[in-house]
Each structure stands twice: as C-alpha cells, then as structure tokens.
Ligand binder design. Structure first.
Ligand SMILES: NC(=O)C1=CN([C@@H]2O[C@H](COP(=O)(O)OP(=O)(O)OC[C@H]3O[C@@H](n4cnc5c(N)ncnc54)[C@H](OP(=O)(O)O)[C@@H]3O)[C@@H](O)[C@H]2O)C=CC1
Ligand SMILES: CC(C)(CO)C(=O)C(=O)O
Length: 297
C-alpha cells in the first residue's frame, strides 16, 4: 500500500515513522522544501526513552505535489493551518482520496466536506509526540490511534491492530471517541495555557481545578454529555501530570493555539443553542490576548 502523510510535525513524523517501519510505502508531504530535503537525506529518527531508530521514507515539498499517488493520506497539520491547507488540498488532491484526519478539536471535517471531499475518516490520537528537529520526533507518551471503522482503515490499520508501540483500533462510533477527547482538551488545555502550569497542577490546586470544572460543565451542556466524562478528565490529568499541554507549548513558543477549534467551537455551538457559556468566553478571550502578546510568527 502507498500512503501520504501530510504535515511533518510531531504527529506526522510519528505516523510516518511507524508506517514506514511496517514496510508501507510512505511519502511525507512537508510544507518547507528544506525539511523535505533533510528527510530525504537523513530519514526520520524516532526517540523513545533511550531507544533511537531511523527509517527512510520519501519526502516532497507540498508545492511539488501534482496529484496524489497514494491510496490514502493522513493529514497531520494543526487546526490553525487548516483553512489555508484546504485551499491547497482542493487544487492538489482528488476529492475521492481517503483522508484520515488526526486533528484535536472540531470544525475541520466540515471544512473539507464543504470543499467537496467525500472520503473523510476521523481518527483520535492519544499518543504524546514532540518534534525535536525537522527529522527527529520523540514519542513522549504511548497512547493509540482510534480511527473510524471503514474498509480502507481495515487495510491500513491491519499491521497495527496488535502493535505494542503504535496500536490502531477501529471504532463504529468515532463521534463518541472524538467527544471524549474534545471534552478533555477543551477543559485542560485553556486552563494550563492561561495559568502557565503543567497538567498535574490542576489536580494540586483547587482553584484551577474549579476553573477546569466550569469549562467542563459548559462544554458538556453544549455537547449533551453527562457528568461521567469528568472522570475521564481527572484520569487524563493524573496520567499526563508532568506534561505541558499542547496549548501551553503553543503560547510558550509564540504560536497560534487551537483555541478556535476548542473553546471557539463551544462558543459557536452555544450561540446556536442559545446557551450561556460565560467562563468559556472569558478564557477564550484571555487566550486570544495571550496569543497576540506572545506571537512571533
Ligand atoms: N503532538 C501531540 O502529542 C498530539 C497532537 N495532536 C493533534 O494533532 C494535530 C497536529 O499536531 P502536531 O503534530 O503536534 O503539530 P505540529 O505543529 O508539530 O505539526 C504541524 C505540521 O504541519 C505542517 N504544516 C502546516 N501547514 C502545512 C501545509 N499547508 N502543508 C503541509 N504541512 C503543513 C507544519 O509545517 P512547519 O513545520 O513548516 O510549520 C508542521 O510540520 C493537532 O491538531 C494536535 O492537536 C493530537 C494528539 C497528540
Ligand atoms: C491530553 C492532553 C491534554 C495532554 O497534554 C492533550 O491532548 C494536549 O495537550 O493537547
């Protein structure tokens, strides 16, 4: 099989590494030509604890793709880049190419559907990954990829169903899986980013946990989720206590955050349903202010 991995950041490099290692023909599509050239020279190095290993997929810059010679593409760029990427996708990819979407947050699937793409497969990633250089990725937390149960995912996922380090599982109810991840991200990420703390600090500090719970209650109201999802949030906080959330990292390095696809999505849905979400609006505005203050790109 041939796949493309579009976006050579943390999740893209991790996905490309494990697929190439499983002897699947991978083409990495990088935004920057210089990154594609480095991957072609040096391969992709995975770092996990003390273990290091390299694989050698092909890489091409996005500007040089004419049409996709692949059975599917894994899309691994952030929500912040999605709208402009959809314009690129419309002119470079066949609308029937199966696209496996690895993003946190909501709104991206609709953007692609509105652009005419027909084979959209959602996947939820619970791994932790950090890009250390243009060619090296650290696997910081072993989780899994849960993808919508489709025939192409049966083929693509097969080498990984029992994989020790990069397991893929299929779900007939990906909406529920996505909601479970969404409620964690919309609760944990904004509080850790605004207060500049690691995830575990929310468990240690009652006032921060209260703020997270207020966000949880508002998001759960909008998504019609029950209180049992709060246990998931506490569980993730416990398991990832030492992590800096992705949103905190974005603020620290001066990048735009994925707030629009998280708190922004809750605010938009609440407006449609005429539900008040004052705490979500307040923290969303704080995030936007922080983005303006810290932004370097
Ligand atoms: N990192 C993690 O542990 C996890 C991340 N996720 C989710 O996965 C998604 C990706 O996150 P992550 O990998 O961390 O993000 P990164 O910022 O590490 O990577 C995004 C990559 O997309 C590339 N890119 C941007 N625009 C384009 C474009 N038009 N064409 C091709 N490539 C492009 C960027 O290129 P450039 O380098 O040139 O900027 C960058 O390499 C996010 O939605 C995130 O929330 C989910 C679970 C865990
Ligand atoms: C689960 C959590 C909160 C781990 O840090 C995450 O997904 C993120 O940081 O985006």
């Amino acid at each position: 099989m041939k796949i493309m991995v579009i976006g050579a950041g943390a999740v893209g490099l991790l996905t490309a590494f494990y697929f190439q290692k499983a002897q699947i023909d991978v083409t990495v599509v990088a935004r920057r030509k210089v990154q594609a050239e480095k991957i072609n020279r040096e391969g992709i190095k995975l770092l996990s604890g003390d273990h290091q290993e390299s694989v050698y997929p092909k890489a091409v810059p996005a500007e040089e793709i004419k049409s996709a010679e692949a059975e599917a593409a894994f899309v691994a760029l952030k929500q912040t880049e999605f709208s402009s990427w959809v314009l690129w996708a419309k002119s470079h990819l066949d609308v029937t190419l199966p696209l496996v979407l690895l993003q946190n947050g909501e709104g991206h699937t609709e953007k692609l559907r509105d652009a005419g793409f027909t084979e959209l497969i959602r996947a939820i990633v619970t791994h932790g990954a950090m890009r250390e250089s243009d060619t090296a990725v650290r696997h910081t937390g072993k989780g899994k990829m849960t993808a919508e149960d489709t025939s192409i995912m049966h083929l693509l996922g097969k080498p990984f169903f029992k994989h020790a380090d990069f397991p893929i599982q299929l779900s007939k109810n990906i909406k529920a899986e996505a909601e479970r991840k969404f409620i964690v991200n919309v609760t944990v990420n904004p509080v850790t980013a605004v207060y500049g703390v690691r995830n575990g600090e929310l468990l240690a500090n009652e006032s921060l946990l209260d703020k997270a719970y207020q966000l949880f209650t508002e998001a759960a109201g909008v998504l019609c989720l029950d209180e049992s999802y709060w246990r998931d949030v506490l569980n993730v906080l416990d398991i990832t206590a030492d992590n800096c959330s992705s949103m905190l990292v974005d603020i620290q390095v001066g990048r735009r955050t994925e707030a629009d696809a998280l708190t922004g999505y809750v605010i938009a849905e609440a407006e449609k349903q005429k539900i008040a979400v004052p705490h979500t609006i307040e923290i969303h505005n704080q995030l936007k202010q922080l983005e303006r203050r810290e932004r370097i790109d």
